[in-house]
Design a protein. Structure first.
Length: 363
């Protein structure tokens, strides 16, 4: 077996490089995000540089969750390449260590990073994401500009007090109870159109949506701006959360309770189940990235081969990312059970990586 000193040395080198690359991406994303928010804030009625900076700081950790598998991949490749250049791999093999013993510390560190990312980093990132959504709704949407977001607006149909309405919003925060860039179409009981409402914000209050500073447009009338518009609704707080809540601001520890509540109420819980299983499978995803890095960087030493092998590893990593996104879409659409959609890409990647390493190392 690999000695404790050597194992801790390899594990430390691996952890340092993965962390360094993660910090590099975090700083890069922070700079890009700040420039984006700064540009958007110039169109708002009031510019607040401190709030824009806070918005960036709160938003970046959530964004970096998506790049964690790639930072693990790049850090693993860098660690293995560096070990090759220092002839540490050659010395380890000459001492009788197999590739599996050499990889064991890196695999353990990858699993530990995944566990910490799921149980500690994710709750912190989601909390900060919720704060950033509130700041964004307060300072960036004052100008009334509509900026396209991923997936487009969310629409729901509701009825109350003899009126039906279709309510849509581009963004949501505070567990779906605060909407921004709101549009609503109101109809009477017979289905005849009554009015259209456009507003920068809307707040949920039990039994009604309080739409702030709306512009109400009625047939054959001049549009009129009001202070508050009360739009009746029969939606419960849970139904509001189901419809508008942003999963990026829902913590890993909150998801089991949400799933249980939805199942007891007979409501669909696929979104929460898929998110929960995706977070649970994150350590396995990072383990797969370590194995992919080992495949493309353990068996070469010539400088000419370095670039091609690294590009091959990056390509395989992006393929895993694309497959995971496809599985997510299938799971969220109800075509595939959420646990299968979340776990299958990670497990298949680990098995393929282990198979290729067995073929390369053990014949």
């Amino acid at each position: 077996m690999i000695g404790r000193t050597l194992a801790f040395y390899f594990a430390r080198q691996f952890a340092i490089l993965v962390t360094a690359i993660f910090v590099f991406f975090l700083v890069l994303i922070a700079v890009i995000s700040y420039l984006e928010f700064f540009t958007r804030s110039l169109a708002a009625k009031e510019f607040d540089g401190v709030q824009v900076l806070l918005l960036t700081i709160y938003r970046v950790p959530s964004i970096c969750e998506d790049v964690l598998p790639f930072t693990t991949l790049f850090g693993s490749i860098a660690a293995f390449v560096l070990a090759n250049r220092r002839l540490e791999v050659v010395i380890a093999r000459a001492a009788g260590l197999s590739a599996w013993q050499f990889l064991l510390p890196a695999c353990i560190v990858g699993l530990i990073i995944g566990i910490i990312a799921t149980t500690v980093y994710n709750p912190v990132a989601t909390k900060l994401r919720g704060w950033s959504d509130q700041i964004e709704a307060r300072i960036l949407d004052r100008g009334g500009s509509r900026k396209a977001v991923q997936g487009g607006p969310i629409w729901i149909r509701q009825a109350a007090e003899g009126r039906e309405s279709i309510l849509g919003a581009l963004k949501s925060s505070n567990q779906g109870t605060l909407l921004t860039q709101v549009t609503a179409f109101v109809f009477d009981e017979s289905g005849s159109f009554l009015e259209r409402i456009d507003a920068p914000r809307a707040r949920y209050s039990r039994g009604a949506w309080l739409i702030e500073e709306p512009i109400v447009t009625r047939p054959n009338r001049t549009p009129k701006k009001e202070e508050i518009y009360h739009l009746p609704t029969t939606l419960s707080p849970w139904q509001v959360r189901q419809s508008f809540d942003n999963l990026d601001s829902t913590s890993f520890w909150e998801l089991p309770g949400l799933i249980s509540t939805a199942q007891r109420a007979g409501l669909p819980s696929a979104r929460y189940e898929l998110r929960y299983n995706t977070l649970l499978s994150r350590p396995i995803v990072l383990l797969a990235m370590v194995l992919i890095a080992a495949i493309v960087s353990l068996r070469f030493s010539r400088s000419r081969e370095t670039g091609n092998m690294i590009l091959a590893g990056v390509g395989v990593g992006f393929m895993l990312y694309v497959v995971s996104k496809i599985a997510w879409d299938l799971g969220s659409g109800g075509l595939v059970p959420p646990p299968l959609a979340a776990w299958l890409p990670a497990i298949v990647s680990v098995l393929m990586g282990a198979t290729v390493l067995l073929h390369l190392e053990d014949g």
